[in-house]
Design a protein around this ligand. Structure first.
Ligand code: 13P
Length: 249
């Protein structure tokens, strides 16, 4: 059985008090205890949020990490630092980082290596631009994102990865991928992983959908055979919406 996962990427939102209120409200809510719930606040609040969610099933993730181990990299945050404050997951390769910070698949491969050496589970994001889909190039784009950043891993390492398919045209736009588009791509991703790592590993990896996923459409998306949950942006900033999404399996 694959893990059902709902992860909330808070992006660059909230201040400390709002972050703590949001985490506490989620903790006190009636969320699906059989699903893995991950909240992913901005860096400065991670330690406080880890403390606020202690002794609950809620896990904490970070939105990024450095590809370097340590040293003179002003402003960077290492995987080891994240591990030391109780973070368990790291988003790697979000489209906003690929676009605004020009992160390449090669750099993302290094970040994934750093995460794994520090017992952090990467949530690796892939997904095509609107023009890629219009040009019917979307499978090719996702294939390259997967092979260049993940295919150097050993089967054992690959087992521990979470993948998030986030079509860029669906992020923050209110336009969700249709169930057919989501299932088609998730199945493609799983089959592509199976070709390299075999069916057992491909069938054990959770593939999340992200992009305007909300309380109203989560049920339909999560019911798809290859969709194992969601990476949620906007709707994760309201506890009631995030919890409703977690109850959509
Ligand atoms: P939205 O849910 O706001 O579209 O964002 C999705 C996302 O980018 C999650 O990482």
């Amino acid at each position: 059985m694959r893990k059902k996962i709902v992860a909330g990427n808070w992006k660059m939102n909230t201040d400390l008090n709002q972050a703590l209120d949001l985490a506490r409200e989620i903790r006190l809510s009636n969320y699906d205890k059989s699903a893995t719930l991950i909240i992913i606040p901005p860096f400065p609040f991670l330690y406080s949020i880890v403390e606020a969610t202690n002794n609950s099933v809620i896990q904490v993730g970070a939105q990024n990490c450095s590809k370097n181990k340590n040293g003179a990299f002003t402003g960077e945050v290492s995987a080891e630092m994240l591990n030391s404050v109780g973070v368990k997951y790291v988003i790697v390769g979000h489209s906003e980082r690929r676009t605004y910070f020009k992160e390449t698949n090669q750099e993302l491969a290094e970040k994934i290596k750093e995460c794994l050496s520090n017992k952090l589970i990467p949530i690796y994001c892939c997904g095509e631009l609107l023009e890629d889909r219009t040009n019917e190039n979307h499978f090719e784009v996702v294939k390259t994102q997967l092979s260049e950043a993940l295919f150097h891993l050993s089967p054992d390492q690959m087992k521990g990865i979470i993948i998030a398919y986030e079509p860029v045209w669906a992020i923050g736009t209110g336009v969700t991928a249709s169930p057919e588009q989501a299932q088609e791509m998730h199945q493609y991703i799983r089959q592509f992983i199976a070709k390299k790592f075999g069916d057992t590993i491909a069938n054990s990896i959770s593939i999340l959908y992200g992009g305007s996923c909300n309380a109203a459409n989560a049920k339909e998306l999560f019911a798809l055979p290859d969709v194992d949950g969601g990476l949620i942006g906007g709707a994760s900033l309201k506890a009631v919406d995030f919890v409703a999404i977690s109850n959509s399996f």
